[in-house]
Design a protein around this ligand. Structure first.
Ligand code: FE
Length: 139
């Protein structure tokens, strides 16, 4: 996973992001918000395709790595490419967690935990609001 402190390829002001994104998406991706569990559009979504960053379109997670974590958020055991997802230590809410961000635009995605299934043992716990699903084309 990339270094969360580095500059992002896509840099916009908070005002620009606010204009670009709807309120819920802005709150999650730019203010590290969390959607309530079992509320997002993708936690119980099982189509074949790729989940891209809602803010910049970078392809982040593949449906073939999605699994039922029971958490109420879309969960993946791997990223499309480790370079696509940046990490940063998050000491908010009285916990030490590893935040995950889109490495291209810095959108907050969720957190990664070490209680996932094989082969990685990772659980990328992602807000539906940070993702846009792209069905796999057949050509
Ligand atoms: Fe992005």
């Amino acid at each position: 996973m990339g270094d969360g402190e580095k500059k992002f390829e896509i840099e916009k002001s908070e005002a620009q992001w606010r204009e670009l994104l709807d309120e819920k998406t802005y709150r999650v991706t730019r203010q590290c918000g969390t959607e309530p569990p079992f509320s997002g559009k993708y936690y119980d979504h099982h189509e074949d395709g790729v989940y891209a960053c809602v803010a910049c379109g970078a392809e982040l997670f593949d449906s073939t790595t999605k699994y039922e974590s029971g958490s109420g958020w879309p969960s993946f055991y791997d990223a499309v490419d480790e370079e696509r997802v940046a990490t940063r230590e998050d000491r908010s809410a009285g916990m030490v967690r590893t935040e995950i961000l889109c490495a291209r635009c810095g959108a907050h995605l969720g957190h990664v935990f070490r209680d996932g299934p094989p082969p990685t043992g990772l659980r990328f716990c992602v807000n539906s609001a940070a993702l846009q699903f792209i069905p796999r084309g057949d050509g």
